[in-house]
Design a protein around this ligand. Structure first.
Ligand code: PLP
Length: 816
């Protein structure tokens, strides 16, 4: 049966649900658990989404418009059931039907595991983009990897992070996805390159891989918001079809022959758990190539099946590369065009350089990918040759532009020279793409000014900006239904499709009744979070307190340790300054640290130890609470964000490319305390100075201070409050049994030079926090500010981001 919008037939739905429960899950109704019902619900509704998917697929085949292919190693999609119900337009109807059977929809939704096929912002962005592509009926396919284990699950053991594998598919499988065996692709690795003469006596090259694996497609349906469009998110799983390397096996090298197969079978086992940090492992490059080979193969299959010529490829297909992770797709397309289809270099390059566009996500040097020539040359020998050939052409054009300028050549070269040569994937991406974008206005300016100034001169206009966004379907309508209803009462429901309409709330910012209703919704959301915290962590939270939230990956540049220093300053002052008083505040953290990132894990431990002491210190009379919620993931964000009064966006200026957590929180009525970094700059522009708390060094001040020689000890010695805070971390205030146990955080800030300038921004941060505390004291004025944050952040809908890409980069038309 087909369930969609107004066609919904409640009785038929209930009947089918019961039938699936018994006939497919083999459970009798009386004994069915919430989990069984959730599975049955998914199975019933996924029949609809699968047929919608196939319908869109055949519509697209007959269409002659261009399509975007979004290539990403990560899609942090979160749970699908609730969102799909909303986008199918049957949320309320299903809720009613379940109520008839005595079931609560929200209980069933809690049974779904989050498919955590991404690390953080980059992967979540890809997921929001798929929602906005589908909701605006753009022709698109998302291409990613079907990891067997997503990002690890986090728990705390005596305050320290523990990691466990994320078995998101469980034994029953994931109800929304479908395997598409007919789309299977073959992918090679290792081996050598042969030269041969073709029938026209031309010298040609071909790659003879030593190992072949299979890529099996799984399609996840991305349902557009009540518009009949459903797009495939196509995730590739690696199967080893050929477990032995036959040549080596025949040579008698038994162990060696099995080694590559053992590695290959692991290709899509796990997601690398690093955010904004590259590890340079061979298996990671294998994952990247595996994704690109399957996806380029699949899009060429679609293109050629319609009888279209290779030279028309850029007219019908464009590929967006989400960071440098899938950039190996560029030499892969070149290889196929030349070696498999016999095109000459110039024709292949003409096609290639009009097909790809690249999004840069970071300026952090440790996150810019390079691969050693040795690894690339062994794993992908033909691609290595093509990269050298692309670089040769690049060097010719650099010579022409700047004759005799060796330093320009070495700076722009795709090959980094040294004892061991390395391949700079970002340079390859910029050279071969027709457009390159940063992800927020300031970030894109820094890409042009500091990262790629020469490329900006060499390719005028290629470097541009598309500011990130988030989908209002998930990040307002689904996660904050009470706020959504309040908005709809005033404005109608058009804002869900066109977030610009939400600006209409501005008119109610001073309306007392609306302020009360808005703050009542916030309070109820705080209560819901408090209940969860009580249930899971047995900590009581006062919902009259300010809920102050920092939720994001744990990273030095994001400066959770600066937040911690501010908490320590409040603790110190509440205990030592008789006249010091604040409005009660609950500090909420949630963050995963990469398992190999020792300092990040130490910061988690320090926050947990401080929390333990502070939460149990009766002298504070409940003025301060600190909670670190374990296992940060999309579904936890959906619980925390609607409950936030304050959004901590406190990265060192110039380090956070955009941020998207900042946007989700602001839309839900949280006030930002933040630096002039990433999209905070644009949020400030939208909401105005009165409705945001900005502090800290600006990006050029950061650069100047670093150049002058930054000495964090100066701040330690000259600021008594800061000194008191750091001293508490060094003695046994929080670790009575083990003095000095938290010293690594202090060492980083003092002996190791405080690379992210936390101490330089401390005083300014503390001042901004005091201003925020005072502002909260005037509840009427705070309500106005919170309402204006919801009203004035429409720019940060991912619908707008996607329209920017579609109009300025991809040149797409919508299907409707
Ligand atoms: C939005 C989101 C992020 C990104 O948060 P930032 O604050 O922008 O770093 C990371 N993880 C999850 C689960 C998210 O929903």
């Amino acid at each position: 049966m087909y369930y969609h919008g107004s066609d919904f037939d409640k009785e038929q739905f209930k009947q089918e649900l019961r039938q699936v429960l018994t006939s497919q899950l083999a459970v009798v109704e009386q004994k069915a658990t919430s989990r069984d019902w959730y599975q049955a619900l998914g199975k019933v509704l996924s029949q609809t989404t699968t047929s919608l998917l196939l319908q869109s697929e055949s519509n697209n085949e007959s269409s002659d418009t261009r399509k975007v292919n979004y290539f990403s190693l990560e899609f942090l999609i979160g749970r699908l059931t609730g969102n799909n119900l909303i986008n199918l337009g049957i949320y309320d109807q299903v809720q009613e039907a379940l109520k008839d059977i005595g079931l609560s929809l929200s209980d069933l939704l809690e049974e779904e595991n989050d498919p955590a096929l991404g690390n953080g912002g980059l992967g979540r962005l890809a997921a929001c983009f798929m929602d906005s592509l589908a909701s605006q009926a753009y022709p698109a396919v998302g291409y990613g990897l079907h990891y067997e284990y997503g990002l690890f699950r986090q728990s705390f053991h005596h305050g320290r992070q523990q990691e466990a594998p994320d078995t998101w598919k469980d034994t029953e499988g994931y109800p929304w996805e479908r395997q598409r065996v007919e789309l299977t692709q073959q992918v090679g690795f290792w081996g050598h390159v042969e030269e041969y003469k073709d029938t026209e006596n031309e010298l040609r090259k071909r790659w003879v891989p030593a190992l072949e694996v299979e890529g099996v497609a799984w399609d996840m349906p991305v349902v557009g918001y009540q518009n009949e469009t459903t797009l495939p998110l196509r995730l590739w799983e690696c199967k080893t079809s050929n477990p032995f390397d036959l040549t080596r096996f025949n040579d008698g090298d038994f162990v060696g022959a099995q080694y590559p197969a053992l590695e290959a079978s692991n290709i899509t086992k796990v997601l690398y758990p690093n955010d904004n940090h590259e590890q340079g492992k061979a298996l990671r490059l294998m994952q990247q190539y595996f994704l690109c080979a399957c996806s380029v193969g699949d899009l060429l299959r679609r293109h050629l099946a319609l009888g279209r010529s290779l030279s028309s490829l850029p007219d019908f297909e464009t590929v967006q590369l989400n960071d440098t992770h899938p950039v190996i797709a560029i030499p892969e397309l070149m290889r196929i065009l030349m070696d498999e289809h016999g095109l000459e270099w110039d024709s292949a390059w003409d096609i290639c350089s009009r097909t790809f566009a690249y999004t840069n996500h970071t300026l952090l040097p440790e996150a810019l990918e390079t691969w050693s020539e040795g690894l690339m040359g062994n794993l992908l020998p033909r691609h290595m040759q093509i990269i050298f050939d692309i670089n040769h052409e690049l060097m010719v054009s650099v010579q022409k532009k700047w004759p005799g300028d060796i330093s320009k050549m070495s700076k722009l070269s795709i090959i980094e020279e040294g004892d061991y040569r390395r391949i700079r994937m970002a340079n390859l991406a910029v050279v071969a793409s027709y457009a390159v974008n940063g992800v927020a206005a300031m970030h894109s300016e820094l890409v042009k000014r500091d990262l790629f100034p020469e490329f900006d001169t060499l390719y005028p206009g290629k470097l541009t900006n598309v500011t990130n966004g988030v989908t209002p379907r998930r990040w307002i309508k689904f996660c904050n239904p009470a706020l959504a209803n309040l908005i709809t009462e005033k404005l109608g429901d058009g804002w869900i499709r066109d977030l610009n309409e939400i600006e209409g709330l501005k008119a109610y910012a001073d309306d007392k009744a609306f302020q009360d209703a808005f703050m009542a919704v916030k309070k109820a959301n705080k209560q819901k979070l408090a209940d969860w915290v009580k249930d899971k962590l047995d900590i009581e939270l006062n919902t009259d307190a300010i809920f102050d939230v920092q939720i994001k990956r744990l990273h030095e540049y994001k400066r959770q340790h600066l937040n911690l220093l501010h908490i320590l300053s409040l603790y110190h002052r509440l205990l030592n300054e008789p006249d010091f008083d604040i409005h009660p505040r609950v500090f909420i953290f949630a963050a995963k640290a990469a398992p190999g990132y020792a300092l990040a894990k130490d910061i988690i431990y320090a926050i947990n130890r401080v929390a333990e002491t502070v939460n149990n210190d009766a002298r504070l009379k409940d003025k301060l609470k600190v909670v670190f919620l374990p296992d940060y993931r999309v579904s936890l964000a959906e619980l925390i964000i609607p409950a936030a009064d304050v959004s901590e966006q406190i990265s060192t200026a110039g380090k956070e490319a955009s941020g998207t957590g900042n946007m989700k929180l602001a839309m839900n009525g949280a006030l930002t305390i933040g630096t002039m970094d990433g999209a905070n700059v644009e949020i400030r522009e939208e909401v105005g100075d009165d409705n945001i708390f900005i502090f800290g060094l600006k990006v050029d001040e950061v650069i100047a201070l670093k150049e002058k020689g930054y000495d964090s000890f100066i701040y330690y010695e000259s600021e008594p409050l800061l000194q008191a805070c750091l001293n508490m971390l060094q003695d046994d205030t929080f670790t009575p049994e083990k003095p000095g146990e938290l010293i690594s955080v202090v060492r980083n800030l003092l002996d190791y030079g405080d690379p992210y300038l936390a101490l330089a921004d401390f005083a300014s941060y503390v001042d901004a926090q005091m201003a925020l505390n005072d502002a909260y004291g005037d509840q009427t004025s705070w309500a106005r500010k919170a309402i204006l944050n919801t009203a004035l952040n429409a720019k940060f809908s991912s619908d707008r981001s996607i329209r920017d890409y579609a109009n300025n980069i991809w040149k797409l038309e919508t299907q409707k």
